[in-house]
Design a protein around this ligand. Structure first.
Ligand code: SF4
Ligand code: SF4
Length: 383
């Protein structure tokens, strides 16, 4: 395993971080995967208060055989749930209990999207609370995870003496959210950066045929996922990269990739391959939706991520097939059910103008053939 040095405290962190958002359903299998990852040198596990059953599962497993002492636990504060000072201890106490530990190594304010939200927390006294926790050693490092516009990220970096931060970053997001400018500014300030969504919610690991063909024509043979990870790891500001792993094969491949993908190791020829792939992706992508689902549920039942996925796939699948996929994957909960209430809008980390883009879905994937097709698909596929 490759280790990178945290410039703030000198600790060695594995370049591969185990993302715990979507554990395998079988806890015995989760334990087998965690033990294997640790044997291979992974020493950073990332969870959050809001990930269903994740903190408790991780806590139960790490409580065995002194495993807890060998790893760093990162978890996150759901800051929207903090309404008064006492909520900080209430939430944090629950997290320590779930994780069966007396301290958190890397504690993040979850999805801190703007300075206004940080100011609200400071008015509630969060800085005093952080000082107390750091003095007592119950929080070792304090950071924030970020999905939001770049100007807010740059402003947040100046608001507090952060120990680290976490951003979405991959070869399609150089100019999106914190982006390269945010990564570089954090680097200049000596703030280590953890990376989430290195494969854009998995979409870069399963590309369409025309993109797969570009990867396959390259001189070096790698899976699309490996190409994606190597691009992120090429940046020296990156301390560790999260991969949400729940299959053993995936962990084995990642361990191989992360062992030798050093910063600055990509060649000019390899960088040209990425440029070709990016051009092809941008040519066909209509909505930059990662499928994270933070915008759900919609009060009118619109399946927003599936609608956008169908729209993005329309260019590669053809009109009839993409309409059929749209009906099947949304279960008939169509974009035309949207009443433009805007409830979903504030939750989208990609800042997608959701109601406006749903109009585009409606225009391209509905129309007069929609109802007869939905009837047919319902009748024959039970959707
Ligand atoms: S704007 Fe449309 S899609 Fe978004 S929550 Fe409201 S009805 Fe649902
Ligand atoms: S529209 Fe935004 S919030 Fe909803 S799934 Fe896509 S990226 Fe996530």
């Amino acid at each position: 395993m490759q280790y990178r040095t945290n410039p703030k405290n000198g600790e060695k962190i594995s370049a591969l971080a185990f993302g715990c958002m979507r554990f395998n359903k079988d806890e015995k299998e989760v334990e087998r995967q965690i033990r294997y990852a640790m044997e291979q040198g992974v020493n950073y596990f990332d969870t959050a208060y809001i990930y269903p059953n994740s903190e408790a599962t991780l806590g139960r497993i790490l409580a065995k055989d002194g495993m807890r002492q060998k790893v760093n636990i990162a978890t996150k504060l759901p800051h929207n749930n903090v309404r008064k000072y006492g909520d900080l201890d209430r939430i944090f106490g629950t997290q320590l209990e779930r994780l069966q530990t007396d301290h958190i190594d890397y504690y993040l304010i979850h999805m801190l999207g703007n300075v206004r939200s940080w100011k609200r927390l400071t008015e509630l006294g969060i800085e005093k609370w952080i000082d107390e926790k750091k003095t007592s050693g119950t929080i070792r490092n304090l950071g924030f995870s970020f999905h939001g516009p770049q100007n807010e990220f740059l402003a947040l970096l100046e608001e507090y003496d952060w120990d680290f931060c976490m951003i979405q970053y991959n070869y399609c997001d150089e100019n999106n959210q914190a982006g390269t400018a945010g990564l570089e500014r954090a680097g200049e300030k000596g703030i280590p950066v953890m990376i989430m969504e290195p494969l854009r919610g998995g979409t870069l690991a399963n590309p369409k045929t025309s993109i797969r063909a570009i990867w396959e024509q390259a001189d070096v043979k790698r899976s699309p996922a490996e190409w994606g990870f190597r691009w992120v790891l090429n940046h020296p500001q990156v301390l560790t990269v999260l991969s949400g792993m729940n299959q053993m094969g995936q962990i084995e491949e990642n361990v191989r990739t992360f062992s030798d993908a050093e910063a600055g190791s990509l060649t000019e020829v390899e960088l040209e391959v990425y440029a070709k792939v990016k051009a092809e992706i941008q040519r066909s992508m209509k909505v930059p939706c990662t499928g994270c689902g933070y915008c759900m549920p919609c009060p009118k039942g619109v399946d927003i991520p599936s609608s956008f996925s169908a729209l993005n796939d329309a260019a590669s699948r053809g009109r009839i097939m993409s309409k059929a996929m749209y009906i099947m994957t949304t279960g008939g909960n169509s974009a035309s059910q949207c009443i433009k209430c805007g409830k979903c809008q504030t939750h989208c980390p990609q800042s997608i103008p959701i109601p406006e883009k749903l109009e585009q879905v409606k225009k391209e994937l509905e129309g007069i053939t929609y109802k007869p097709m939905r009837y047919f698909i319902r009748r024959f596929f039970g959707v």
